[in-house]
Ligand binder design. Structure first.
Ligand code: HEM
Length: 376
């Protein structure tokens, strides 16, 4: 936990202490200039499942991402259009489908990683994870053969765009939008080529077969790229470090799943969720008006339930809140779990210990810049 707090402080030296301080003001608190802040899991769930709180109004994620991604990329949509697109995308993320994709893409990198750990080498798990998460997303957006160079380059591109956002950002500047578009155009071009080919063994080809337009498929690819790379890549080293620091050994898939779930509660790779108020409502005991911004601090909601303890059961209001709730619940959840299980399972089987670490600065998602592990 102490190491996790240091990661948050390194990433957000001013905002993190403030964010934690807000948790002391109760479940819901209005903060001038910031919005209505939610620190409580049950209230967060109520907001996330109430259609008066939207992702497409003023102060919502739409304000940030629509200028870059276009108007129809799930994370800035609501209502029937959103439900219909989610329904069409769901089969692409069916557990069997994503497990097969992960197994195929990661077979080589995981084999290499295991061999290095077996030889007693010291490995930087952060670098390995950037490569692996990058490779999975490269494949998802339509690259057939993914070289380590492509995967790392794509990861760095995504990091550049995500790091333009701070916990207080409401909009990106024109310059930031231009840079983000240039980066995402590269992803879009890969996705568009795969869409045009129409091979249904690729995700883009399947999107076409499912009836998504070229623009929808391209937008979805960019959204997957932005949401599904750093979240997973940053989490696995944090999980391994948490287990090592707590002296917890994981035996078998059930224990691994419990450890993953509990580490997600402590780390909350997506520490806040934003909503724009579309109609008069209450958030807990606070009245809100159209145009107000609600800031769900998932991190505070999750941390209220005590220190890291993989043996503890999560109460119902907390269940997977770190992946959201309601209509916007993370569409990539099965893919994230497949990736995390595959890599963490392979790494932890070697019973590694942490040999050194360095926190990352200037990033949106707190993480290690390096986490060196070894079995030697
Ligand atoms: C540990 C990894 C991940 C975490 C913690 C995570 C967390 C979240 C959360 C909290 C939301 C909901 C945000 C909100 O309601 O405001 C979300 C939505 C989303 N996630 Fe994930 N995510 C992860 C991995 C992924 C992956 C691997 C993908 C796909 C490639 C992905 C794609 C998406 C998309 C497209 C949405 C928007 C869904 C919608 O608005 O309908 N995520 N994620």
């Amino acid at each position: 936990m102490a190491a996790e707090n240091r990661l948050y402080l390194a990433a957000h030296p001013v905002a993190y202490p403030l964010m934690r301080l807000l948790a002391r003001f109760g479940p819901v608190v209005r903060v001038p200039g910031l919005g209505v802040v939610v620190n409580d899991a049950a209230t967060a769930r109520e907001v996330l499942t109430d259609e008066r709180f939207r992702k497409d109004g003023p102060g919502s994620p739409g304000d940030l991402w629509t200028p870059v991604l276009g108007p129809s990329v799930l994370l800035n949509m609501e209502g029937e259009g959103h439900t219909a697109l989610r329904r069409r995308l769901a089969p692409l993320f069916a557990p069997a489908q994503v497990e097969a994709l992960v197994a195929e893409v990661l077979e080589g990198p995981l084999g290499d990683l295991s061999a290095r750990l077996s030889r007693g080498e010291t490995v930087d798990l952060v670098d390995e994870m950037r490569l692996m998460a990058g490779a999975v997303i490269c494949r998802l957006v339509g690259m057939r053969e993914v070289s380590a160079r492509d995967a790392r380059a794509l990861f760095a591109d995504g990091e550049r765009v995500v790091s333009m956002v701070s916990l207080r950002s409401r909009r990106l500047s024109d310059r930031q939008v231009a840079v983000a578009r240039r980066v995402l155009d590269r992803v879009g071009a890969v996705a568009a080529a795969a869409y045009d080919e129409g091979d249904e063994s690729t995700v883009m080809g399947r999107m076409r077969a499912l009836g998504l337009s070229a623009a929808e498929a391209r937008g979805a690819a960019a959204a997957f790229f932005l949401t599904g790379t750093e979240t997973v890549a940053t989490f696995v080293p944090r999980l391994v470090a948490l287990l090592d620091d707590a002296g917890v050994r994981v035996e078998g898939p059930q224990e691994l799943d419990r450890a993953i779930d509990e580490a997600l509660r402590i780390t909350t790779p997506t520490p806040v969720m934003l909503r724009s108020v579309a109609a008069p409502a209450r958030v807990g005991r606070v009245r809100v008006r159209p145009g107000d911004r609600v800031l769900i601090v998932t991190h505070n909601c999750a941390r209220a339930h005590g220190p890291f303890d993989p043996a503890a059961k999560h109460p119902p209001e907390l269940r997977r809140l770190w992946f959201g709730a309601g209509p916007h619940f993370c569409v990539g959840y099965p893919l994230a779990m497949a990736e995390i299980r595959a890599v963490a399972g392979a790494v932890l089987a070697h019973r590694p210990r942490v040999a050194g670490r360095k926190a990352a600065r200037g990033v949106l998602i707190p993480t290690y810049r390096h986490l060196w592990i070894t079995c030697g």
